[in-house]
Design a protein around this ligand. Structure first.
Ligand SMILES: [Zn+2]
Ligand SMILES: [Zn+2]
Length: 241
């Protein structure tokens, strides 16, 4: 479904959102979804009258498997370039680095979600501007995971929030804590997001918020007292806090 001109929200990837961006003769993706249903994605691209070979780049908002597990079939069938922040990758001496999430129990070269060793092509940097849709800015917003990023189309006032902010289309909510969640970093990241001028928020889970995005983040921060108290309790249980 085209939620904004040139930006499609793809459904059918279990509970995670995948966004497809049309940029001239190239296509880009934000996240890959949980289930490797790449045929659905490729069928959608064909239904637009486009060719899956136009898939050029996929940007991962973070390394959690509900956003990365659809990657491998795409890598097998297209020349897509995979970008992820270095906070969510792991290296082995002498080996190739792979996409990793905190407390991942194992990583192997198989197609088992949650336990895959998935490879990437380039790491993302804070402040980097990707040449997609007239400038897609990368902001490192750690907290949910060490390598979480949000992606900002400044000129259009559109923010892809990954799991840093979830939404039902009307209000934001925080993701539940996972191993590796750091509440201090998270709050700093949300404060940073609140300073961005944006109307539209496209979250990793839930529904797009099509208006009032920045105002809603500020409102969330103003009501953060209870959340932060609860966060401190949970933070004591977090290995990184
Ligand atoms: Zn996540
Ligand atoms: Zn998620």
């Amino acid at each position: 479904m085209e939620v904004l001109p040139g930006i499609h929200q793809l459904k059918g990837f279990l509970w995670s959102n995948v966004f497809l961006l049309e940029d001239g003769d190239k296509l880009a993706l934000v996240d890959a979804g949980l289930h490797p249903r790449s045929h659905k994605l490729l069928d959608y691209i064909r239904s637009m009258g486009r060719d899956p070979a136009e898939l050029d780049t996929i940007i991962l908002t973070h390394g959690h498997p509900d956003h990365t597990s659809g990657l491998r079939p795409l890598q097998r069938s297209t020349n897509i370039k995979v970008l992820v922040h270095s906070g969510d990758v792991k290296s082995e001496s002498g080996g190739r680095s792979w996409i990793h999430y905190p407390s991942q129990p194992m990583a192997r070269e198989w197609d088992v979600p949650f336990l895959q060793k998935l490879y990437f092509d380039e790491v993302l940097h804070d402040g980097q501007v990707l040449p997609i849709m007239d400038g897609l800015e990368v902001l490192h917003t750690p907290g949910h995971t060490p390598g979480s990023v949000v992606l900002y189309l400044r000129k259009r006032g559109v923010l892809f929030t990954g799991d840093s902010l979830l939404s039902n289309g009307k209000v934001f909510r925080r993701p539940i804590p996972f191993p590796g969640t750091n509440f201090k970093d998270y709050r700093r990241s949300i404060e940073r997001i609140s300073r961005l001028d944006f109307e539209v928020a496209l979250p990793g889970h839930g529904q797009p918020m099509l208006t009032g995005g920045q105002a809603m983040v500020k409102k969330m921060l103003n009501n953060y007292f209870w959340a932060f108290s609860w966060g401190r309790v949970l933070g004591k249980l977090s290995p990184r806090s």
